[in-house]
Design a protein around this ligand. Structure first.
Ligand code: GLN
Length: 305
């Protein structure tokens, strides 16, 4: 398969879309990014990388971090799902409050904000004030790159403007689904969202999931095959909030987006993928990025179906 040719075709076909959509501005620091950047990387299980665009440019991974924090919690608890949350798509925006009230503070899944905040709470009960360091080190280990770090300006900007997230955590606390200090949990959550990575680094960090939980390059088994199956299933059904069905329909792969404009995806037994384009559609997912992944699976014929 001539991956470079396919990536070049995709780049030229999505060109007209790169000016469509809107960067996230509810986190002021994210509104300052150059909206025109584009990058797409794929990494095969044998380590070969194919890429196009600005693949070394580090962007805010935002909700993509939810995969890594959730992985860490399953690893810690030796379970396939963390307690205190469900595994159903929410059909609602990532920061919706309404459903959480109806469902008595139990988040639908770990990939909406409420679920990710509970994940942070569980990690905090165990790792205390070191929780963010533990998450950071885990991502560095997965990406085999100790230079991965976070953007303090983005973290502060979110801390100062994260009113909805504070509402979510307070609502869950009122239902008894949060155990630690709200201040401490939210600091960690905002810092985790502010981690910056390139599309190349994200592909490397996702490779273990494309290989049933085991890093194909260093051989380390990060999680069990069963846990890997559950995470990938949740990515397929819940990775894009209220557009998860649409993403599965168009792309046919487990994926996860972030409001920073990145999307990661995996093709089990074959490769990990990452695309970056910061202008978002109305569901908060990269507009051109979603199309690029759709074109990739259409052109290659690779998908999980
Ligand atoms: N940090 C963002 C928030 O909590 C993450 C949301 C996202 O990427 N969808 O609002």
């Amino acid at each position: 398969m001539d991956y470079i040719k396919i990536l070049q075709e995709i780049k030229s076909e999505i060109e007209p879309l790169l000016c469509k959509g809107k960067v996230a501005d509810y986190i002021p620091a994210l509104a300052e990014v150059n909206p025109d950047r584009f990058a797409m990387s794929i990494q095969l299980l044998d380590g070969r990388i194919f890429e196009i665009g600005q693949c070394d440019w580090r962007f805010s991974i935002q909700s993509i971090s939810k995969i890594f924090a959730f992985t860490l919690v399953l690893k810690l608890l030796h379970q396939d799902l963390c307690p205190r949350m469900g595994h159903e798509p929410s059909g609602n925006p990532f920061n919706s409050l309404v459903q959480l009230e109806y469902e008595k503070g139990i988040p639908r899944n770990p990939f909406i904000n409420a679920g990710a905040i509970v994940v942070t709470d569980i990690l905090t009960s165990h790792y205390k004030e070191e929780t963010f360091e533990v998450i950071m080190r885990f991502i560095q280990e997965l990406s085999d790159d100790s230079s991965v770090s976070f953007d303090a300006q983005v973290a502060n900007s979110e801390e100062e403007n994260g009113f909805r997230n504070l509402a979510l955590v307070n609502m869950m606390k009122s239902f008894g689904n949060i155990n630690n200090s709200i201040f401490e949990i939210m600091r960690t959550y905002f810092h985790q969202c502010s981690i910056s990575m390139s599309s190349k680094q994200l592909c490397r960090a996702m490779l273990f999931l494309a290989n049933h939980g085991k890093d194909p390059l260093c051989g380390k088994e990060f999680i069990t095959e069963s846990q890997s199956k559950r995470i990938s299933s949740l990515m397929l059904t819940c990775g894009h909030y209220d557009a998860s069905g649409d993403f599965a329909f168009r792309v046919g792969l487990p994926g996860k987006s972030g409001v920073g404009g990145g999307i990661v995806a995996i093709i089990p037994n074959l490769m990990s993928l990452c695309v970056y384009s910061p202008r978002l559609n109305e569901n908060g997912n990269s507009l051109a990025g979603t199309k690029a992944l759709e074109l990739f699976t259409t052109k290659t014929g690779f998908s999980i179906f």
